[in-house]
Design a protein around this ligand. Structure first.
Ligand code: URA
Length: 211
């Protein structure tokens, strides 16, 4: 498993505003989209391409285009949905699948309640969108699901991650396929309720309000 924590002053600046409890939902949504676009640049560094011949106004040349099968972007409902626009801005031709998981607040285990994904993901590069890698339960369940459907190359894009979540992912998923985690920051720890410290609170609530 590879972990990449983005080191960039612009990302750190946007993340600070995102974390601030006074930031309202519209601004929060905008900042998440911008952050994801910046993270997606890193996350797609090894996206598969193939040669593509074109003519410029001056001369023929061989450039590249995204390889087939198309990559698939998988936002984890509900909070991952807030990351979709920022991702498709950079990768407009990717297909989008959905996986609905929520965290049982008592057991902290991930529970699946919805999915819309192709049955066969072999050969597909998958980009999972999940803003908060806390205990790792949701991400582990999601990546296991993708591995079971044949995916072997999965990149998770997270806004924040906790050391406990990274360790859990390594223990559960390390060696089962290629997993890369790209995040804007690695925070200190989890609190007793499983929230990331200092974190930003409940990402779903801050994106969409408490429902
Ligand atoms: N999910 C969140 O939205 N926030 C956390 O801090 C942890 C999990």
């Amino acid at each position: 498993m590879q972990v990449h924590i983005a080191e960039h002053p612009l990302i750190a600046h946007k993340l600070t505003v995102l974390r601030d409890r006074r930031t309202d939902s519209p601004t929060f949504r905008l900042l998440v989209a911008e952050l994801v676009t910046l993270l997606a640049y890193e996350a797609t560094r090894s996206i598969a391409v193939r040669e593509h011949a074109i003519d410029t106004p001056i001369a023929p040349m061989v450039g590249v285009e995204l390889a087939r099968p198309k990559p698939i972007v998988v936002p984890i409902l509900r909070a991952g949905l807030g990351m979709l626009e920022g991702m498709t801005r950079l990768l407009p031709t990717a297909e989008v699948g959905f996986l609905g998981l929520f965290r049982d607040e008592e057991t902290l285990e991930a529970v699946t309640y919805a999915n819309r994904l192709p049955d066969d993901l072999s050969g597909r590069q998958c980009f999972v969108l999940d803003p908060m890698l806390a205990t790792g339960g949701t991400l582990i369940a999601s990546v296991e699901y993708l591995f079971e459907r044949g995916a072997r190359d999965v990149t998770a894009i997270c806004v924040l991650c906790a050391p406990e979540g990274l360790a859990a992912c390594e223990a559960a998923l390390g060696g089962r396929g290629e997993l890369k985690i790209v995040a804007a920051a690695l925070d200190e720890r989890l609190d007793e309720r499983g929230y990331i410290v200092p974190g930003l609170g409940d990402a779903g609530d801050r994106l969409y309000g408490v429902v």
